[in-house]
Design a protein around this ligand. Structure first.
Ligand code: AHG
Ligand code: MN
Ligand code: MN
Length: 355
């Protein structure tokens, strides 16, 4: 038990609820935490919670839904509907956003979320998570789809929950990134990781290398240099991880640094990336930047993208600042036609390119 330690509610009262809007935002984050606790309890039951496997339903992404995807989506929607703090919600699992209608009360925010991230990991009992992004709603009327299409820089709060050995919630309202651990017996989130900070340098990268043949040259160059280790251009050994739950990858990077890449590839030309801007890339970009890291497509800061669709996909490169900068620089050189093959000795740590 954590008697005397700071709960999420206390943290929000002290740090967020100073203004009227702040008080509403603090209350909304308490609602998010309530949904997260419900999903933690559901996911923690594993096979005891009901059938696992896949449903017959396919979401708007063309992905087969799992029971926990749907249950988690319902947990968020019910919480937001009852909470009276949002005017509308958009989710990975909903074709279109939907406005909150009477008898439910509408509030000043829009909530966009990935209710269950990493769902391919559910059946194998590997960590999954939830990701959320909070925007301001239009002041009058029911929100329309266009109202959700705001650049990531306009987020008023964002965060993720990780359902791992411990349930963790990490949030930002634009003043640093802060981590809370669920005290399961008591039911409180306790502030365990204030002012999280991503190390600027790292020797750990995360990418799904089964897609290697579809990558663009700058990404191939970067990864080949990492794999070459001490004997290659980087002159040091790198380590690799791939969990296939973005939340778990981002949390590892928050704790010890690293670079996460789901880059643009040519696997399916209709999709410029795997991950979704509004409920994966933008909220993670906000959390990472507030912890001193960077988040880019390789060619643009993620949070500067002007969205044109709720479910649009973007390339994502995020994590330790100096490694993201390096890969962005490789994209610049490639686009300018001045890049060199990764084997070149000119590109070692003491060579032409220095970050
Ligand atoms: P979701 O389960 O919400 O659809 O998201 C899964 C995402 C992300 O969490 C992860 O990084 C990526 O998909 C894994 O993709 P691959 O299976 O292609 O590695
Ligand atoms: Mn996801
Ligand atoms: Mn999902």
């Amino acid at each position: 038990m954590h008697l005397g330690r700071k709960t999420l509610s206390k943290f929000l009262i002290e740090n967020v609820s100073g203004t009227q809007d702040g008080a509403s935002l603090a209350a909304l984050l308490v609602d998010v935490a309530a949904a997260v606790k419900a999903i933690a309890a559901l996911s923690g039951k594993g096979a005891l919670g009901g059938p696992m496997g896949s449903l017959d339903t396919i979401n708007v992404q063309g992905e087969t839904q799992k029971p926990l995807d749907v249950l988690s989506n319902n947990a968020f929607i019910n919480t937001f509907q009852q909470g009276g703090l949002v005017a509308g919600v958009a989710s990975e699992e909903l074709d279109d956003p939907f406005p909150i209608k009477p008898p439910h009360k509408r509030g000043p925010f829009l909530a966009i979320f990935d209710p269950l991230d990493g769902s391919s990991n559910i059946d194998s009992n590997v960590s999954v998570g939830s990701i959320f992004s909070i925007l301001l709603a239009p002041e009058k009327g029911l929100p329309e789809t266009a109202d959700y299409l705001q650049a990531g820089t306009r987020q008023v709060a964002a965060g993720y929950a990780l359902y791992g050995p411990a349930t963790i919630m990490v949030i930002t309202v634009g003043h640093g990134t802060h981590g809370f651990t669920l005290d399961r017996e008591v039911g409180n989130f306790i502030l365990t990781n204030p002012n999280m900070s991503i190390p600027e340098d790292t020797s750990e990268f995360a990418i799904n290398t089964s897609n290697e043949r579809f990558w663009e040259d700058p990404v191939t160059r970067y990864v080949e240099e990492c794999k070459a280790g001490k004997t290659g251009a980087r002159e040091r050994d790198f380590n690799m991880r791939w969990i296939a739950s973005m939340v778990a990858e981002v949390h590892r990077i928050m704790m010890r640094g690293g670079i996460f890449m789901y880059p643009r590839d040519t696997k399916d030309m209709s999709k410029p990336g795997r991950l979704r801007l509004m409920y994966e890339a933008n909220p993670m970009g906000f959390v990472v930047e507030q912890a001193g890291g960077k988040a880019s497509t390789g060619r643009q800061r993620i949070m500067d993208i002007e969205p044109d669709q709720i479910h649009q996909r973007v390339p994502v490169i995020l994590g330790s600042k100096n490694e993201v900068d390096r890969l962005v620089h490789y994209h610049e050189e490639y686009d300018a036609g001045t890049d060199k093959p990764y084997e070149s000795p000119l590109f070692n740590e003491r060579g032409l390119y220095r970050s």
